[in-house]
Design a protein around this ligand. Structure first.
Ligand SMILES: CC(C)=CCNc1ncnc2c1ncn2[C@@H]1O[C@H](COP(=O)(O)O)[C@@H](O)[C@H]1O
Length: 267
């Protein structure tokens, strides 16, 4: 409080939101002026604050578009799987069986195994969802996606795969597939998601990886033996779907001997 005898300052003040500025700091324009007056080039769209808004918008759009998807399983696998190949046909079968069991099928919306699982979902008269990603070698959403959302950022898109699915089925694939698989494994291991079955199809393909997890990671004490139970490996679409659906319905992680305890944190 100023005393009645204290001379009121005549140094003008400027306000920027809740902040009061005087002297040298008071120079400049108001936020409104800046917004309406500037005819600057579009460089601001590549600044981090702008990107934060775009990232936020991806979450808002994704949450909005997928809120009503209902029970769903995400299916992953190589973008390079050829139509007509055995793994492609397995992907179609997975999508169809999931749809017939009342589950929406969520994929990355691209070609190969994604195309296969989306096709199966359509054939099984289920909801066929594609979460596309903007890539330099843009391919567009596959023709079997009925509800599609396109993302700029992998990390925003990956949140949707987990948030709107109750389990994962993984067909053979490359780095993209492994990235999605290991992200899910870490989320289960760290109890960020619970009751989340992850079933891999193809013992010949996945066997060496599982052996390495056991013989190297477990042997070196880098993961615990029960962490191996987070995934299970089968050979057919029928086994994969029945394992995932059974685990979802019983609230179990879908493994042969569950080592995971109920978690406490949100994904
Ligand atoms: C032919 C080609 C490379 C097309 C790329 N087009 C893509 N479109 C959508 N999702 C993709 C694409 N490539 C990789 N992904 C993501 O990564 C996984 C497959 O990667 P990969 O082929 O296993 O490593 C998919 O489950 C998907 O979520």
């Amino acid at each position: 409080m100023s005393s009645p005898t204290e001379k009121k300052t005549d140094v003008p003040a400027r306000h920027r939101g809740p902040v009061q500025l005087r002297r040298g700091l008071a120079e400049g324009t108001t936020a409104d002026q800046h917004l309406l007056d500037t005819r600057s080039p579009a460089d601001f769209t590549s600044t981090d604050p702008w990107r934060v808004l775009r990232i936020q918008a991806e979450f808002v759009e994704g949450f909005g578009a997928l809120a009503d998807v209902g029970p769903a399983v995400s299916v992953f696998g190589s973008a390079r799987t050829k139509p007509g190949s055995a793994y492609y046909e397995t992907g179609v079968e997975v999508g169809r069986l999931l749809a017939e069991a009342g589950f929406a099928v969520i994929t990355g919306g691209g070609p190969g195994s994604m195309d296969a699982a989306n096709k199966g979902a359509v054939e099984g008269k289920g909801l066929s969802v594609g979460l596309g990603i903007e890539l330099p070698f843009e391919q567009g959403m596959n023709q079997w996606v009925d509800l599609g959302v396109n993302f700029r950022y992998f990390f925003a898109r990956k949140t949707m795969f987990v948030k709107y699915a109750q389990g994962f089925i993984v067909l053979p694939g490359g780095y993209g597939t492994l990235d999605e698989l290991f992200e899910a494994m870490v989320l289960v291991q760290t109890h960020k998601v619970t009751s989340f079955p992850i079933v891999l199809i193809g013992t010949a393909f996945w066997g060496p990886l599982v052996a390495w997890l056991k013989d190297t990671l477990v042997a070196d004490g880098l993961v615990s033996p029960k962490d191996l139970d987070i995934i299970s490996v089968v050979d057919t679409a029928e086994e994969a779907v029945s394992k995932v659906v059974g685990a979802i319905r019983s609230g179990e992680p879908g493994t042969d001997s569950s080592g995971t305890e109920p978690g406490t944190t949100a994904p």
